[in-house]
Ligand binder design. Structure first.
Ligand SMILES: Cc1cc2nc3c(=O)[nH]c(=O)nc-3n(C[C@H](O)[C@H](O)[C@H](O)COP(=O)(O)OP(=O)(O)OC[C@H]3O[C@@H](n4cnc5c(N)ncnc54)[C@H](O)[C@@H]3O)c2cc1C
Length: 383
């Protein structure tokens, strides 16, 4: 098995490293304190090709395989998870889903703008009453002639206040549970759609997370993405691939924690010696390093399976489960290496821990990943 990078993949990684060091790293603390990433980053992400990775060139995509996509999301995660999330959602959950399930008209209408960073997408699945149990969502889309009228609300929507289009999941038939759910592409300037920014998040403070409320939002029937009643399976297939980019972002967090811990341990002296010379500090650092490697290998395996056209869903759940839990452990261990300074936001590790914490919650909690893995192994569904 060859774990080396091709020339193209190595070049994409260098491009991403340079982008993070130039466009993100200098602003991370200020964006976190201001609770807002500078919006110009979206256009910059488009210009450098990161919002078009793996998309077909005829729709404005920049090509690349899934390992290249992993490398970019890993680097963005190293820089700022708030920025990484912009890409994971707009490209990973929205554009790639439009490419996979959209009509020619939908692809031409949205993909070139999304890939260029001239438009941003968000993914509207979670509701106030349904998170893990997304198949029981309550938002309704009622057919009225050649339109649908949508009513309901969506909770915790990444990119929500910035997005130009929401990939929205709503119940359009009376079929029970997830069988009645369909997917729609709803422009966010459609009358009746309002958005409220959610403030006070523990981490990802720079990210525009929102609640969406839909009151008699009317869209043409052609706004439906994919067949009627297939919305839930479209959402699940989007999330299965999405878990790879969350896992890659977590590898980035873990790598940043390792870099910070090694750097600080080498500079800080106590009892007349570098703290790096103490075995208990080395234990903290080596635990981080092993987690970084294990999380990265699990994540790259998912990319490899996708690129070879093989079944990847269970591997993606394993990678997301391991990498997200590892990111929390790594950031926490790094904070320990920093001592009291780790608790202050002038130093990077506190933010890494706050940002890491959500990774075990969204795109399927750790418990839900275990149920998915357990179902694949036993053939019995626990939910
Ligand atoms: C910052 C942020 C950004 C987000 N972005 C998006 C987005 O862009 N789009 C979107 O649609 N959603 C988004 N989400 C929502 C996220 O996906 C949900 O929060 C997540 O799926 C969990 O749902 P919940 O919060 O309702 O928790 P619940 O489902 O209520 O779960 C609560 C607890 O119960 C456990 N639990 C639930 N069911 C079971 C079970 N069957 N067995 C064992 N344990 C169980 C869970 O693991 C968890 O520990 C975001 C959330 C956050 C915090």
């Amino acid at each position: 098995m060859d774990l080396g990078l091709s020339e193209e993949q190595a070049a994409v990684r260098r491009l991403a490293e340079d982008f993070v060091d130039r466009e993100i790293a200098p602003h991370v603390v200020a964006w976190d304190r201001a609770e807002e990433v500078d919006r110009s980053i979206v256009k910059k992400l488009g210009e450098v090709g990161f919002l078009g990775l793996t998309l077909d060139e005829e729709y404005g995509g920049s090509g690349g395989d899934h390992l290249a996509y992993c490398l970019v999301t890993e680097e963005l995660g190293r820089g700022d998870s708030s920025v990484r999330g912009i890409v994971s959602v707009s490209l990973g959950l929205v554009s790639k889903t439009i490419q996979a399930y959209g009509s020619e008209e939908q692809k031409r209408a949205w993909l070139p703008r999304l890939a260029a960073g001239d438009a941003l997408g968000c993914f509207g699945l979670t509701e106030p009453g349904t998170g893990s149990d997304a198949g029981n969502l309550a938002t309704r889309a009622v057919r009225d002639g050649d339109t649908y009228v949508i009513n309901g609300s969506k909770m915790f929507i990444t990119n929500g206040t910035w997005a130009d289009v929401v990939l929205l999941f709503a119940r359009s038939t009376d079929a029970p549970g997830h069988k009645g759910v369909s997917a729609f592409l709803v422009p966010t300037d459609t009358p009746g759609l309002t958005r409220r920014t959610i403030h006070g998040k523990l981490g990802l403070r720079g990210q525009a997370t929102a609640e969406l409320v839909l009151e008699d939002v009317r869209v043409p029937a052609s706004a439906m993405l994919g067949p009627e009643g297939k919305g839930f399976s479209i959402a699940m297939s989007a999330l299965a691939k999405g878990r790879m980019s969350v896992a890659a972002g977590c590898v980035g967090i873990a790598q940043a924690a390792l870099d910070a811990a090694v750097g600080y341990a080498g500079e800080r002296e106590q009892f007349g010696r570098s703290i790096a010379s103490y075995q208990l500090v080395q234990e903290l650092i080596s635990d981080i390093a092993v987690d970084v490697d294990a999380a990265r290998l699990l994540t790259w395996r998912v990319a490899d399976l996708i690129d070879r056209g093989e079944d990847f869903a269970t591997a993606a759940s394993k990678a997301k489960l391991y990498a997200s839990e590892a990111a929390v452990r790594c950031a926490n261990n790094a904070l320990q290496v920093f001592g009291g300074y780790g608790y202050i936001d002038e130093y990077p590790v506190g933010k890494l821990l706050r940002d890491a914490r959500v990774m075990t919650l969204y795109e399927g909690t750790s418990q839900i990943q275990k149920l998915i893995i357990g179902r694949a192994l036993t053939g019995v569904s626990a939910f």
